[in-house]
Design a protein around this ligand. Sequence first.
Ligand SMILES: C[S@@+](CC[C@H](N)C(=O)[O-])C[C@H]1O[C@@H](n2cnc3c(N)ncnc32)[C@H](O)[C@@H]1O
Length: 373
Amino acid sequence: MGEGFYIYNVQNISMRRNKSDLSFFKDKDYHAFTALEKAHFISFAPYAFQASVLLRDYGILHHIQEQSKGLPFESIQEKASISEYGVRILLEAGIGIGLLYEEEGRYFITKTGSLFITDAMVNINTNFMRDICYEGAGKLKESIEDGKPKGLPFLGPWKTIYEGLTQLTPLQEKSWFDFDHYYSDHVFPLVMPKVFESNPTRILDIGANTGKFSLQCLSYNPDIHMNLVDLGKQLDVAKANLEAKGYDGRFTMIEHNMLNNHIDLPGTYDVIWMSQFLDCFSDVEIMAILTKCKKALAPNGKILINETFWDNQPFHASMYSLQMTSLYFTTIANGNSQMYDSRVFETLINKAGLHIVEKEENIAQTHTLLTLK
Ligand SMILES: C[S@@+](CC[C@H](N)C(=O)[O-])C[C@H]1O[C@@H](n2cnc3c(N)ncnc32)[C@H](O)[C@@H]1O
């Protein structure tokens, strides 16, 4: 088995995904019954999601998991704070979904059920769907047709989610930031040598968010001064975080809307860093942002882009998660962005008059770091 070649099971069929192979679910790999099961699963997917979340959130799955000999209905109901009817329909749904099974009057958790409550990424994605995306998901059609996030009004009266990030409820805020951070935090320590390879003195962190990347740079290199770009309210959060770690005087906050093409970025930089930032924008906007960055590059400066491209994923589950995340961008975030296919993204870079001089893939398995000049 070559590198970048993975095997895992989907509905009892051993399947492989070579990263350049986009024909993962080609019909010939499937038995017709498996294909039909998958089709039926899609038909009821919204209820499967809601029932699974409730089985988790009422603690039913946890309770059953703790008992290797399984649990009778009465013990499960005793623990859950809902009616007998409520417990019954959830348990029955859980059997069909594949989270549970029943044997001689006792309920047991399946491997899927167990992973659904213990896997960190599954939990973060599930909470993100529950608190941020679910209600607005029904507005996918309108969002595509209008090019606007028609599901966003379920969260607040903003044009984009970014305007409302500091006004979400505590639960929504936690779910959004857990999701956001989960997909980039662990990459930051790994890319430090690359960021500081050319001994930069001026680094610009665009879309700095809560300041996690800048914090990493400040602790990695005691001489560096960081410049953070974001929208106003977001920068207040980043500033508080950097000050709390004692980095007062070693950073500059630049409130700047990267979509405003009438204003240039102030200053020039040796490294311009954008992590999970350009995926927040449309094709045309990405080209405009890159053009703006090009103007702000010092001689020999470089742009570093950290992204997760869906076509570049070693596992089907990570590819699927990114493709579904695109629908969050459509319905909730801003209506015109997505998690990109690297081939589309690279075309935009070229159109903006920049070129990729280095491409490092598989960072923390799923990320790609592009160096542009
Ligand atoms: C998905 S987060 C990425 C955060 C971080 N770079 C990371 O890797 O986790 C996108 C960030 O871009 C900011 N942002 C969105 N639109 C922006 C704009 N037009 N101008 C400047 N920043 C913007 C958001 O406020 C948010 O902090």
